[in-house]
Design a protein around this ligand. Sequence first.
Ligand SMILES: [Mg+2]
Length: 218
Amino acid sequence: MHERLRGVRVVSFDVDGTLTDKKFVDAVWLRGIPEIYAETHDTSFEDALKMVMSAYEEVGENSIEWYLIDYWLRRFQLDVSYEKIFERFKHEIRVYPEVEGVLQELSAAGYELIVCSNAAREFINVQIADVKHYFSRIFSAVSDFRQVKKSNGFYLRVCEILKVKPQEVVHVGDHWVFDFLNPRKVGINAFFLDRRDERCGTFVIKSLEELLDILRPG
Ligand SMILES: [Mg+2]
């Protein structure tokens, strides 16, 4: 049983590992791209994978390019649209089972629901297509603010845009720094989603269903 939070207006969700699992994203980067690379450059999948992985590493997750699929398609000279690749792996998208019910209840209770992800917008859009109608706004650190991580500044900008105080926002996500420590630093009521049940603490939840307890009306 959690303590009920009062005065919350906005509930914010991370995407990868929070609303959806990571299979689709992995399939695009670690199967789709190397497969097309192998076809295009007439090499084996193994060689293509090595080549692609070393390029990913060289750029690294602190560069904005890391997140931009069009950059990679150009760099590897792959004559295919990202939409085509997404289409091919769409069946790998899996929204966690409790998500829809939780979004439904929170929105019926009057909360404004938003997404705060560091993924690029095209990934977010395809991954949450089935539940997108629950969200009033979708913020992508990379696409909207050219930031590679959800920093304190990112969260403050989101509050500014929504015209709410950080104290009126709940954020939940599965990254200890970018979904928990950073939003907490600016006064957001952040919760760490620990689906693997490894941590415990007042602000750790194991499933999004626990939000219904934290945000229960009355
Ligand atoms: Mg995540």
